[in-house]
Write a protein that binds this ligand. Structure first.
Ligand code: SF4
Length: 337
């Protein structure tokens, strides 16, 4: 393994989290986010609900809006009807509109809408600072009682193809692995190696999240143990060893104490929000920026945008976000103070 040195600084991004819909075609065993259409809290958020959230985030100094979805909710009949009632024929058409609104308000969109094919990526590229899709794992965990049983979208080959498609289009991209969902150590190594191979070919992976599985109540995996801290340290060390130097390793400071992981090679703490909760892990509160600083002790914090400096320098952003990226970035490509 390569030697790990403490980073000079660790980065984070101030964001607003908008869970546009919690309808999803998959049935991940660990998911506490997805709802069925007839559940009381199933939703497709309306523009009128979203605008005040964006404005509030802007006032609180955020630069990013994270738009999150269940995957291909259009496969669910009721969702298609909700979308049509709003006047849209597809999720991507709706997201594009939301991105335009966010940009006008002054936030840079980062959309995480599950697997997207090339034609959908082409629509979203000009309107997003970056896009994201967790690989999670290259292991096939689709047998009964496994994490990805009955999850057509969790076929690793489909997810790797979607990440490659974004690379072909030169879209700055966030991906990651989910640690502790039933995969083996070899699976983790293979997942990281697959991401590294894609980045070596297309050069578009800006960050890889090493995320610890957290059991959620009322899910099939509610009794499944989360990974031990030492397992997470090992995963971060592996990531830093396998991934190319220009790919940042990110950990989530609301899910795990980040200091040990920063000592192991993580150098980004992801998006934290002063105004919205983590809708995927609602039990895990975001730390404030001052608490984040305490968590990483003497390591400096530096705020970044949802597009990393190297991609700003390369001009890998679309016309829709150009003006805003250039307004918010400093000369080094971090957030202007
Ligand atoms: S794809 Fe995401 S939203 Fe859908 S069931 Fe899996 S974890 Fe939940």
């Amino acid at each position: 393994m390569k030697d790990v040195k403490m980073p000079d600084f660790v980065t984070y991004c101030r964001n607003v989290f908008v869970p546009v819909t919690n309808i999803c075609r998959n049935k991940c065993g660990y998911c506490g986010f997805k709802r069925k259409p007839d559940d009381e809290d199933a939703h497709l958020m309306h523009i009128e609900e979203i605008i005040p959230i964006l404005e509030n985030g802007k006032r609180a100094g955020c630069t990013e809006v994270l738009f999150t979805f269940g995957e291909y909710a259009e496969e669910v009949v009721e969702y298609r009807e909700w979308l049509q009632d709003l006047g849209y024929s597809s999720t991507v058409e709706y997201v594009a509109e939301l991105c335009e609104i966010a940009i006008k308000i002054g936030l840079l969109p980062h959309t995480n809408a599950g697997i997207l094919d090339s034609s959908r990526l082409k629509i979203l590229k000009p309107l997003n600072a970056s896009l994201g899709l967790m690989l999670e794992t290259t292991a096939k965990l689709d047998a009964p009682d496994m994490a990805h049983n009955d999850c057509v979208g969790k076929d690793p080959a489909l997810r790797l193809d979607a990440i490659k498609a974004a690379g072909k289009l030169k879209i700055p991209f966030t991906t990651g692995i989910l640690v502790g969902i039933g995969e083996t150590l070899d699976d983790r190594i293979n997942s990281l190696q697959s991401i590294a191979n894609i980045h070596e070919r297309y050069g578009h992976i800006q960050e890889v999240i090493i995320q610890n599985f957290m059991p959620k109540p009322n899910t099939p995996m509610s009794k499944h143990k989360p990974p031990a801290k030492q397992e997470m340290v090992q995963a971060v060390l592996l990531a830093r060893d396998i991934l190319p130097e220009d790919v940042t390793v990110q950990v989530a400071p609301n899910l795990i104490d980040p200091y040990l992981l920063v000592q192991s090679g993580a150098s980004d703490l992801g998006g934290i929000s002063p105004t919205t909760i983590d809708w995927i892990n609602p039990e895990a509160e975001w730390p404030s920026v001052s608490n984040l600083q305490k968590m990483v002790k003497s390591v400096q914090l530096r705020e970044r945008l949802p597009i990393y400096p190297q991609y700003i320098k390369k001009g890998w952003y679309g016309n829709g976000v150009k003006e805003l990226v250039e307004k918010l970035a400093d000369g080094d490509g971090y957030r202007k103070t």
